[in-house]
Design a protein around this ligand. Structure first.
Ligand SMILES: CCCCCCCCCCCCCC(=O)SCCNC(=O)CCNC(=O)[C@H](O)C(C)(C)COP(=O)(O)OP(=O)(O)OC[C@H]1O[C@@H](n2cnc3c(N)ncnc32)[C@H](O)[C@@H]1OP(=O)(O)O
Ligand SMILES: CCCCCCCC/C=C\CCCCCCCC(=O)OC[C@@H](O)COP(=O)(O)O
Length: 273
């Protein structure tokens, strides 16, 4: 039997790819990240028709959540959750959490309460099937390039929260922060909570440094602790108090982040001054 050139190439690829995967941490990193995005796009294909039955509805978030929950097992990431009791509020609230990477989706889905939707950058709406699935699940999209638009979407969200009993999840750093600390917080989430007069629930995900580093292109298995902190009341507060509220929540989250990540406090806070 003759082996054609195409078949030789296929054989070479089948041998080389696994070898490279084991030998090169960088190659492994890119494979794992590509699979992560590809797998989510594929899962979204399954989620879309199921979600479409209800139309755009926050209840669809449950479907996305259950579809994504298994990914941590594929990647050997153990997620430990502390503070579940702090989520036992009946009323709407604003969740604020730190944002290290797209892997935050795993921690988010681990604990996402019912009727809770994230605020996301508008670009995500155009991320193919994932964008459509997000839209169907009621994700709130903001245009970060147009402050006025973003603020008016958030003000509308304050009314929706109360009218439709919806919780909102915001990443107040406003962008992914890969360098193992916490950026200064933007104030949108805190204005939102004050406008709706609902509590804030801070969430802290410990540093991924032991298993994931974008700069070093390293992605192994590991453990992450997610801590749900006690609610912070905003009743009676007005927009003048938002800067102070923002700072006090950030301070509390940073202290928890350093504690969970086994870092000495203060030393990593280059951004708080
Ligand atoms: C199966 C398939 C599944 C697919 C996956 C599903 C899951 C998807 C998960 C997706 C996860 C995706 C995750 C993601 O995509 S994360 C990226 C998107 N998220 C964010 O950016 C959220 C955080 N950003 C903010 O809160 C910003 O403040 C906003 C965006 C609102 C404006 O930012 P901008 O940079 O333009 O301006 P600024 O912050 O300098 O603010 C300017 C001034 O305005 C004031 N101000 C702000 N807000 C309000 C307000 N509401 N009412 C009244 N005033 C307000 C503010 O205090 C300031 O005034 P002053 O204080 O300086 O005087
Ligand atoms: C046909 C078009 C195909 C487009 C392919 C796009 C591939 C994307 C595939 C799957 C999306 C995975 C969903 C991951 C959700 C996490 C989102 C995320 O972490 O967004 C980053 C945002 O918080 C801050 O953005 P920047 O750090 O400021 O940037």
């Amino acid at each position: 039997m003759e082996i054609s050139v195409g078949q030789w190439i296929l054989i070479a690829v089948l041998i080389l790819v696994p070898l490279l995967y084991e030998w090169s941490a960088t190659f492994k990193y890119f494979c794992k990240m590509a699979f992560y995005n590809g797998w989510i796009l594929l899962l979204a294909v399954l989620a879309i028709p199921i979600c479409a039955v209800r139309g755009r509805n926050v209840e669809n978030m449950k479907i996305l959540r259950f579809m994504l929950l298994h990914i941590k097992y594929l990647y050997g990431i153990k997620i430990e959750v502390r503070g579940w009791e702090n989520f036992s509020l009946k009323e709407p609230y604003v969740v604020v959490s730190n944002h290290q990477s797209e892997l935050d989706l795993l921690g988010m889905m681990e604990i996402l309460p019912n009727r809770c939707v994230p605020i996301a950058k508008r670009e995500l709406m155009y991320a193919g099937t994932a964008g459509l699935a997000c839209w169907l699940a009621g994700v709130i999209f903001i245009n970060r390039k147009k402050t006025d638009d973003a603020i008016s979407v958030m003000s509308e969200a304050a009314q929706t929260m109360l009218r439709e009993d919806v919780r909102v999840w915001v990443f107040p750093e406003g962008t992914r922060n890969h360098d193992g600390s916490m950026l200064p917080f933007k104030r949108g989430a805190f204005h939102l909570a004050v406008q709706a007069q609902v509590p804030i629930i801070p969430i802290v995900m410990s540093s991924y440094k032991d298993f994931y580093n974008k700069k070093d292109r390293r992605f192994t298995t590991g453990k992450c602790t997610v801590r749900i902190l006690p609610k912070v009341d905003t009743r009676g507060l007005g927009s003048d108090e938002v800067p102070e509220l923002t700072e006090s929540v950030r301070k509390m989250m940073l202290a928890t982040f350093l504690e969970l990540s086994g870092e000495p406090s203060q030393s990593r806070d280059a951004c708080s001054q």
